[in-house]
Design a protein around this ligand. Sequence first.
Ligand SMILES: CCCCCCCC/C=C\CCCCCCCC(=O)N[C@@H](COP(=O)(O)O)[C@H](O)/C=C/CCCCCCCCCCCCC
Length: 216
Amino acid sequence: MAGSTDDQEFCLREVLDVFKSCLTENKEVVIDNYVAGWRGLVRFMNSLGSVFSFISKDAVSKIQVMVNYRNGKNGEQYATIQSMVTYELESELVDLAKRGSFPESGCRTLLRLHRALRWLQLFLERLRTSAADSKTSVMCADAYNESLAQHHPWIVRKAAGVAFCALPGRATFFEVMNVGPPEQVVAMLGDALPLISEVYQVTEDLYAKHNLLNLP
Ligand SMILES: CCCCCCCC/C=C\CCCCCCCC(=O)N[C@@H](COP(=O)(O)O)[C@H](O)/C=C/CCCCCCCCCCCCC
C-alpha cells in the first residue's frame, strides 16, 4: 500500500493484497507487510464509526509496539516473524509463563494480532459465502466467538458484542469495501482468503513449534 494516505479512497482489495505480500519464498512472514495490512484494516474499521474506537486503539497500540521494534536498534532481528521468534527466545526477551520483565515482547504482541487474524479469516469466509440477507453483525459475532472471544475477559466480550450490533448491513458493508459489485467482492475474498489463511497457518505452526501459543 505504498503511497496510500488517509485522504485516498479506501479499497479493501489493496489492504488484503498487502497481507498476500507478507510471505517470502521461504514462507517467512515479513513484519512490515503484516503490520501494514493491519494498519489498513484499522483504517477500514475506523470508517465504520466511533463505536469501534476501543478496538482500534488496542490494535493501533499493538501495531505501534511492532513498528517500534522495527525502528529500534535491533530492527533487523524483527524483519520476519521467524527471525523475531529466534532472536527474542535466544536473548530471553519473552515472558513465557507469567507477565514479568517483558510485558510487551514482540512475540507476545504479535500473538494478539495473530489471534485476531484468525477472527478475520473466519469473518471473511462467512462474508464470502453469505446470502444477500445475511447479517454482518451475526457473522462477525460468530467468527469472534469461535476465535478471539476465548482469549478475552467477560467485559471485553460484552463490549465487542455491543460494537458488532453497530455494523452496517451486508450491502452497505460491501459498498464501504469499495471493491465493486457484490460478485466482485465475493471473487476478491475468494482470491485473498487462501493467502491470508497461509500467513495464519505459518505463524500458528511456528508459535506451536516453540510452545508460544499461550504467552501471558
Ligand atoms: C471485509 C471485511 C473487512 C474486515 C475489516 C476488519 C477490520 C478489523 C480491524 C481491526 C481488527 C481489530 C483487531 C483487534 C486486535 C485485538 C487484539 C486483542 O485481542 N487484544 C486484547 C488482549 O490484549 P492484551 O490485554 O493481552 O494486551 C485486548 O484486551 C482487546 C481489547 C479490545 C477489544 C478487541 C475486540 C476484538 C474484536 C475484533 C473484531 C473487530 C470487528 C470489526 C468489524 C469490522
